[in-house]
Design a protein around this ligand. Structure first.
Ligand code: BMA
Length: 316
């Protein structure tokens, strides 16, 4: 999916969550709008807005039909003067209801928001919001041991310098009150990372455990300018790990290489922030095929597929 596909103004469409729901694939995506590459580079313009849009498809691959207007738009009037924008949506189905996990910029910090989607996918109700700074939240698709579980990525700037941000896990009886938080995966356990990691799509339940992706960032100052931004030097890849079925705070295995690294022209040579792979959706088909939806270069949405058994074999 590229910016030209959308029925409303779009500069970049990326970081999309996808879920199978009532006979169709529902995609919830991020759209940054209000400038183009030439304007951005010459006038150093910022994007004027960010919206969260909805598209549906019969096969999860093509034929996406867009809802006529975005579900959330940063230009919408809000009762809450603290709010600046929502972005990087994950969509999770729990007992036939759809929930969103959103990154939320407020005037006093970055928060994670959990919201319930209305049945017609045209409105949402906020259930809980974290304190700053926290981002990249995702819910498990079912309760485990009677509790809702979320993965999240707090950003501890005083104690963990140089953006060494890790993945944490928290539990809740009702999606409102979150606690009993613990570290799930530290950056030091991911061999190719020298920057930060974060949760991505909702985990998939398999016989061997919860299979889940994470985004993993390495920084290399020698890379130079990569994309529209004058100073973009980071690389985002997708990592893979397996968590215990009954106690997902136990990491059973981490694949020691990136599962997906930028390699196609749209990922390495084109777009706003090149060298970025940012998955927000992962689905298991009955055939054993796994679909992974990721943002490429913060500019378009890509789909990669794999066989479940092949992924599990990487986690021995
Ligand atoms: C992160 C988030 C993502 C984005 C990524 C790479 O910090 O802002 O939305 O895809 O950076 O630019």
């Amino acid at each position: 999916m590229t910016p030209n596909d959308l029925p409303y103004p779009c500069s970049l469409v990326f970081n999309a969550g996808v879920v199978k729901h009532r006979g169709e694939y529902v995609m919830i995506f991020r759209n940054d709008y209000g400038t183009d590459q030439a304007q951005y580079e010459t006038e150093n313009k910022k994007f004027t807005g960010t919206s969260i849009g909805v598209a549906r498809s019969k096969n999860g691959i093509d034929g996406w039909v867009f809802d006529p207007k975005p579900l959330i738009d940063s230009s919408d009037p809000s009762d809450d003067p603290e709010l600046r924008r929502h972005y990087d949506p994950r969509v999770i189905k729990i007992e036939d209801r759809l929930y969103l996990c959103l990154a939320t910029d407020t005037r006093h910090g970055l928060c994670g928001t959990i919201a319930a989607l209305s049945d017609d996918l045209t409105s949402y109700r906020v259930i809980s919001r974290s304190v700053p700074d926290n981002r990249n939240m995702v819910l498990f698709p079912e309760k485990i041991g009677g509790e809702f579980i979320r993965l999240e990525r707090p950003m501890p700037v005083y104690s963990r310098h140089n953006e060494r941000f890790d993945i944490w896990l928290s539990r809740s009886p009702d999606l409102i009150y979150w606690g009993r938080s613990e570290l799930l995966l530290g950056t030091e356990r991911v061999p190719w990372v020298n920057d930060k990691i974060g949760p991505t799509a909702s985990p998939i339940k398999t016989e061997r455990g919860w299979l889940t992706l994470f985004h993993a960032v390495d920084r290399d100052d020698a890379r130079g300018k990569n994309g529209w931004e004058p100073t973009w030097k980071k690389r985002y890849t997708a990592g893979l790990m397996l968590l215990d079925l009954n106690d997902p705070s136990k990491v059973l295995a981490v694949y020691d290489k990136p599962l997906i690294a930028p390699e196609l022209p749209a990922e390495t040579d084109e777009g706003f922030r090149q060298n970025v792979i940012f998955p927000c959706g992962m689905l298991l088909e009955e055939s054993g095929e796994v679909k992974i939806y990721y943002g490429a270069s913060d500019t378009c949405v890509c789909l990669a597929t794999a066989e479940l058994d092949d992924l599990l074999n990487l986690l021995k």
